[in-house]
Design a protein around this ligand. Sequence first.
Ligand SMILES: [Mg+2]
Length: 220
Amino acid sequence: MIKKPKVISFDVDGTLVPTGFVDAVWLEGIPSLYAQKYKISFEEAYQIVTQAYNEVGDHRIEWYYLDYWIKRFDLNTSKEELFNRYRHKVKIYEDVEPVINALRNNYKLIICSNAEKDFILFQLKSLLNQFHHIFSATSDFKEVKKSREFYGRICELLKVEPEEVIHIGDHLIFDYINPREIGINAILINRNQHKVALRIHTIKNLKELLKLLDYLNCPI
Ligand SMILES: [Mg+2]
């Protein structure tokens, strides 16, 4: 790391929040409403719904938009209603708030996520004012994945060099390889200590980010 970092960017799912809420909305909420509407069992509905998700696939933008699925299945609900139904599942990892508080005065903190923006806003409601900017690849750029171009545009918008950005996320390609290709200092977080195939240094929580910054003589 040569340049002094100015921006610290965070992925959301698996980095700031566990996937419980998102999974509940997609894999419990939509199928149970489908079962109700078409008077079939939850198991049958689950099969139909997940098959439809797979047919569309995560390379198409609709896959990410909850409203698309509500409309497609003609469900009698709204995004807000579904979110509220599973609000008890929203959880932010315990290390997030202290680390954000430690960093917010010295860096611009941003969010860079694939998720639809409303999912991000709903889950991070209590922390939103700590972030300088929230970027959703799917909602803001109509891109389905966090590509090199996505990261490049963010650097442009924030008027920083990629070398001045640290990004932390849990996906090898979208949070590590792609940002690294343009020079962003990407760090892979591996909260569940899954085996990483490549020899990449990973951190297991955000407290380790503070240690790393301290080691690099960056202010914290
Ligand atoms: Mg993630």
